[in-house]
Ligand binder design. Structure first.
Ligand code: FSX
Ligand code: SF4
Ligand code: F3S
Length: 383
């Protein structure tokens, strides 16, 4: 692995940055508060907050190449839709995103040329972000870009990166595409590198979609300390995936007291009781969704009344054929948290709930966005 460049340590936050923050309406005090919170989230000691602030303000921006394979682009969307504090601004400010298929204005041959040039220019120095799984079946023909298989691109670009981040469950371990019988043999990026004897270090940030805050923290950790964070045996940063959803769940007191929701829309569901009997996989899923939340309204699947589907955990989410995870025919579409199942003449089966949970993270983001839009509309109307 190429040696990662440690940070220069400027004295205090550079004035160019405080000026920039001022223009964005962020006070120095709020910035320091943000840095202190994010330092704690990275499990770094309080004293490191100053260094984190310096890292954000530093002019050193590592080159980043962002590739897409089998996925829905929800991870990129979640990052781009994140708002106050503007995670996408922080992430995009701290890195030099030299290649991204989603964000590139150019298309076709121009983009291909750009990828080629960027890899050449920063060989051994760039950080690679991979979004999406890589199909191995039939020599990888199920995902091709510009005539090359994802397998070819991933191993070629991956072998030349200093380090890589596999963002989302798809890139981490296959995700939704790898649900049995996994017809395309969708595989995670780290596994693909390993199979091809490539030693580039990979950090997995599973989640469907991945939390943009976890990406921000990994980038910041690297910029602050000049090294990658400590990983667990699944290649995930300990600071973000060290605890079960169940251990940081707002409904946990109900679980401990034996108070369970037993029907979607039923009385106990409306009371906010534990979702275990509705299929919640929080007790076997390691992720920090309950702490970080999604979007700026603080929503997350369990917070909006949906059991955790285990979308981030290999072997928990997407572990069966999707049609077996839900008896689709038994779904009675809920309007807005309808009345009891009896009133609706059916209701939702636990299986159907599981599939709905597959998009629960995205739904949390969507609901946050909708709430924000509503806010904006209201503000506009009131202006
Ligand atoms: Fe996968 Fe991310 Fe799920 Fe989608 O790309 S983790 S399908 S939210 O967008 O890779
Ligand atoms: Fe645990 Fe899920 Fe109940 Fe929360 S809702 S306490 S994660 S079982
Ligand atoms: Fe988080 Fe996914 Fe569960 S977003 S709460 S791990 S369903």
């Amino acid at each position: 692995m190429a040696k990662l460049k440690p940070l220069d340590a400027p004295n205090g936050i550079a004035s160019h940055y405080t000026e920039k923050l001022k223009v964005q309406g962020v006070s120095r005090r709020d910035f320091i508060k943000f840095c202190t919170a994010i330092t704690a989230a990275m499990a770094l000691p309080y004293e490191a907050a100053g260094k984190v602030a310096e890292a954000i303000a530093s002019k050193f921006r590592p080159p980043v190449i962002w590739l897409h394979f089998q996925e829905c682009t929800g991870c990129t969307e979640t990052l781009l839709r994140a708002t106050h504090p503007t995670v996408e601004n922080l992430v995009l400010d701290m890195i030099s995103l030299d290649y991204s298929e989603t964000l590139c204005a150019a298309a076709g041959h121009q983009v291909e040329e750009l990828l080629h040039q960027t890899v050449e220019k920063y060989k051994g120095k760039f950080i690679l972000v991979v979004e999406g799984s890589i199909p191995l079946a039939e020599d990888g023909i199920y995902c091709k870009i510009a005539g090359r298989t994802a397998l070819d691109i991933a191993t070629d670009v991956g072998s030349q990166a200093a380090a890589a981040i596999a963002i989302g469950s798809c890139a981490s371990w296959g995700g939704v595409q790898s649900a049995s019988p996994n017809p395309t043999q969708a595989t995670g990026f780290a596994e693909v590198l390993k199979m091809n004897g490539i030693g580039t270090p990979v950090i997995n940030l599973p989640g469907c979609p991945a939390s943009p805050y976890n990406l921000l923290q990994v980038v910041l950790y690297y910029l602050t300390l000049g090294k990658l964070p400590q990983l667990d045996k699944k290649g995930r940063p300990n600071f973000a995936y060290g605890k079960l959803i169940h251990d940081n769940c707002e409904r946990r007191p109900h679980f401990d007291a034996g108070r369970f929701a037993d029907q979607f829309g039923g009385e106990n569901h409306r009371k906010g009781w534990c979702l275990y009997k509705l299929g919640c996989k929080g007790p076997e899923t390691y992720a920090n969704c309950g702490i970080q939340k999604f979007g700026d309204t603080g929503s997350w699947p369990i917070g909006i009344g949906h059991p955790c589907f285990g979308c981030s955990e290999e072997g928990v989410g997407f572990n069966k054929p999707l049609h077996e995870q839900a008896n689709v025919l038994s779904i009675t579409p809920p309007e807005f948290f309808p009345g009891t199942d009896e009133e609706k003449g059916g209701g939702i089966s636990p299986g159907a709930a599981a599939v709905a949970g597959a998009v629960a993270g995205a739904a949390a983001v969507a609901s946050a966005m909708a709430a924000k839009k509503l806010d904006q509309d209201t503000n506009n109307e009131n202006a």
